[in-house]
Design a protein around this ligand. Structure first.
Ligand code: HEC
Length: 127
C-alpha cells in the first residue's frame, strides 16, 4: 500500500529552498555579529615584530610593557590615551630619545577607527 509521507520537508516542495534561505540568513547574522579582532590580536599581527610587551627588551622599538603608565607623562599636554593614539597614527610627532623614526607611517589609514580604538584599549592595559 502506498503511504503518503507526512514529513513536511518531503511533501512541501517549498521546504528545501526555504531551509537554504534560513541557513543563509543565519550565516549572515552570525558573521555580522562575530566579534572584530581584539586589540591584542591586532598588536600581535602588526606591532609585536618591533615591540615587546614584557621586560625591557628592545626589538626595533621600545618595550611597551608599561606604556599605559609611561604614556601619561611623556608629553605634558597629553594623557595616556591621546599619546598612545598619536604614537600609532602620527609616530613622527614625538620620537622617543635613543630611537630612530622607524615606525611605519601608514597605520592611521591601515586600521579602521574601531581597530585603532581596540589597539589603544589593549595598550592601556599594559601598566
Ligand atoms: C618597524 C618597527 C615598528 C613597528 C612595526 C611598530 N613600531 Fe611602534 N615604534 C617603533 C620605534 C622605532 C619607536 C620609537 C621611535 C618613536 O618614538 O617613534 C616606536 C614607538 C612606539 C610607541 C611610543 C613608545 C613610547 O614609549 O613612547 C608606541 C605607543 C608604539 N610604537 C606603538 C606601536 C603599535 C601599536 C604598533 C602596531 C600598530 C607599532 N608601534 C608598530 C617601531 C615600530
Amino acid at each position: 500500500m502506498y503511504v503518503r509521507s507526512n514529513n513536511p520537508q518531503i511533501s512541501n516542495p517549498l521546504a528545501p529552498p526555504l531551509i537554504t534561505l534560513l541557513a543563509l540568513v543565519t550565516l549572515l547574522l552570525v558573521s555580522a555579529c562575530a566579534p572584530s579582532p581584539t586589540g591584542q590580536t591586532l598588536f600581535l599581527q602588526t606591532c609585536s615584530s618591533c615591540h615587546a610587551t614584557s621586560g625591557d627588551t628592545v626589538i626595533v622599538g621600545p618595550s611597551l610593557a608599561d606604556i599605559a603608565t609611561r604614556a601619561d607623562t611623556v608629553v605634558a599636554s597629553m594623557d595616556a590615551r591621546e599619546y598612545i593614539l598619536q604614537s600609532i597614527t602620527d609616530p613622527s610627532a614625538y620620537i622617543m630619545p635613543g630611537f630612530k623614526d622607524l615606525m611605519p607611517k601608514s597605520f592611521d589609514t591601515y586600521f579602521g577607527g574601531q581597530e585603532l580604538q581596540e589597539l589603544v584599549e589593549y595598550l592601556l592595559t599594559l601598566k
